[in-house]
Design a protein around this ligand. Structure first.
Ligand code: ADP
Ligand code: MG
Length: 141
């Protein structure tokens, strides 16, 4: 079993698309290990996207991720990381395949509805960024 972290981003939460996105994730066979709605501080957004700090869009990305509530979701499935990346589609919705979450709900390369971990190692680390093991265990006892 693998873990991956989904985040429903502020654009999708504001448009009331969280429920439809969670339904697509569950219908694709992912188990929700833990989930919450929260608002990131600038420090949290900066730390979460630290890997992108040299990229030109880093400031814009951090501002956007703090602009409203987000819904982080810890997911579990066999092949979760790759399968979830396939479900969300390309970063740029113009390039996202039909039937993907980003094709349906993203409005631009920046405001693209959802986050997804990009490796098995990052899946574990990003789940731990938002959820403790005891919280996950309590949710699934
Ligand atoms: P992904 O989310 O598909 O893994 P990246 O890791 O490359 O994409 O980028 C992280 C996030 O940064 C994207 O989801 C998007 O919100 C934002 N982003 C990426 N590229 C751009 C860009 N060229 N302009 C604005 N925002 C961007
Ligand atoms: Mg990425």
């Amino acid at each position: 079993m693998e873990r991956t972290l989904a985040i429903i981003k502020p654009d999708a939460v504001k448009k009331n698309n969280a429920g439809d996105i969670i339904a697509m994730i569950q219908q694709a066979g992912f188990k929700v290990l833990a989930m919450k709605q929260t608002r990131l501080t600038p420090a949290q957004a900066g730390a979460f996207y630290e890997v992108h700090k040299e990229r030109p869009f880093y400031g814009e990305l951090c501002n956007f991720m703090c602009s409203g509530a987000v819904v982080p979701i810890a997911l579990e499935k066999e092949n979760a990381v790759a399968d979830y990346r396939a479900l969300i589609g390309a970063t740029d919705p113009a390039e996202a395949a039909e039937g993907t979450i980003r094709k349906r709900f993203a409005s631009s390369k920046g405001e693209n509805a959802v986050h997804g971990s990009d490796s098995v190692e990052n899946g574990v680390n990003e789940v731990a960024f938002f959820f403790s093991e005891s919280e996950i265990a309590a949710n699934n006892a």
